[in-house]
Design a protein around this ligand. Structure first.
Ligand code: KG4
Ligand code: ZN
Length: 340
């Protein structure tokens, strides 16, 4: 960067689910801080996120998170150039807390507001690895979403395939709950899966169909039925084999559909992001099976919900001049095509 040019700093806020997070990004790519306050402990005993509790927690910690993010970055509010915020998809009450804070902060310091789609954030976390080249394909796998996204140019997102029912992370969490694991169960099941074998050969829904759609509810039901039948007969199922069988089916589906997408839209880069991109089994299979494309997976700390990824996506919108007015509304079911 030219020395005479001023450094650009973006503050970003994420509060769409059960993490309150604030990050500071310098010159569009360097994360100076990424404070994450997780509420997961408060939701564990309910086996999922309770929206009312989530909103209340966000209110309690968001101001402290903003202060900590600035402090850790070693900058003042006056140094900032913009405020990015997640405005959807997510829990409406949770989103509104982060948005109210972002708007108040932007207004108080005379800064422009940048609207960020949470899923664009997950995708753009890959920018922390290296600058992306376009067009690219993305497989986004989280607790609420499973989608294949074609990105023709920065900020130009198009969903080309998605789940008809459950998201992958959701299926992990529901199957995990059945087996008595604590929420969210994805990581623990991933670890257990590595110790077992695919002995149950669960159905791989729509794997042979020539489309880019996913379905995980049939797989989830198959695991649940097997488990309940065994319980009724007083049989013990081997939990590691159950996890391995479930995970192998999930990964088979993800790999087949992603390969199909790459055949239909040949690109040089595949981004795999979202909470489930932390999955070790998925990372191993991508490394072995995706040799013709440059696979970029965000580092583990940027896979789960965090504001660093929101800042990395906000920088793209800053370049495109995509700013929001202070009457920006939360969009709980925001999809890529209707982005502001
Ligand atoms: O992206 P994320 O943090 O939140 C949403 O936006 O949904 O994703 C959370 C999801 C949870 O369902 C969790 O079980 C899953 O990601 N997850 C994993 C792993 N780590 C987190 N799923 C499978 N394997 C993992 N290692
Ligand atoms: Zn997420």
């Amino acid at each position: 960067m030219n020395e005479e040019m001023k450094d650009r700093y973006i503050l970003a806020i994420e509060s769409s689910c059960d993490e309150t997070s604030v990050a500071i990004l310098k010159n569009d790519k360097e994360l100076l801080s990424n404070i994450i306050a997780s509420q997961v402990e408060s939701h564990k005993r309910f086996g999922g996120v309770v929206p009312e509790i989530a909103s209340r927690h966000h209110v309690e910690v968001v101001t402290t998170c903003i202060e900590e993010a600035l402090q850790e970055a070693g900058i003042e509010a006056e140094d900032l150039d913009a405020v990015g915020v997640t405005y959807g998809p997510g829990l409406v009450g949770a989103l509104l807390v982060g948005m109210a804070s972002a708007k108040a902060f932007a207004w108080a310091h005379g800064l422009p507001l940048i609207p960020v789609n949470h899923m664009a954030g997950h995708l753009m976390a890959a920018r922390a690895v290296k600058e992306l080249t376009y067009p690219l394909m993305a497989l986004l796998v989280s607790g609420g979403h499973t989608e294949l996204v074609y990105v023709a140019a920065p900020g130009d997102y198009k969903i080309i395939g998605e789940t008809r029912d459950d998201a992958v992370g959701e299926a992990y969490d529901k199957v995990g709950r059945l087996m008595g694991l604590t929420y969210p169960a994805g990581r623990e099941m991933d670890e257990l899966a590595h110790e077992g074998q695919d002995v149950y050969h669960f159905p791989r829904a729509m794997i042979k169909e020539d489309n880019l759609e996913f379905s995980f509810s049939g797989l989830k039901s198959a695991v649940i039925n097997l488990y309940h039948n065994a319980q009724q007969k007083g049989q013990e199922l081997d939990i590691v084999d159950l996890c391995a069988s479930f995970q192998t089916a999930v990964l088979d589906i993800l790999m087949v559909k992603t390969k199909k997408a790459l055949e239909k839209y040949p690109v040089g880069t595949l981004v795999v992001a979202g909470g489930v991109a932390a999955n070790q089994g998925l990372r191993e299979r991508l490394a072995v099976e995706m040799r013709d494309v440059d696979v970029i997976i965000p580092p583990l700390r940027l896979c789960g919900d965090n504001a660093g990824m929101i800042a990395l996506a906000a920088a793209i919108e800053f370049e495109r001049g995509n700013f929001a007015k202070l009457d920006l509304n939360a969009k709980p079911s925001l999809v890529f095509q209707e982005m502001e």
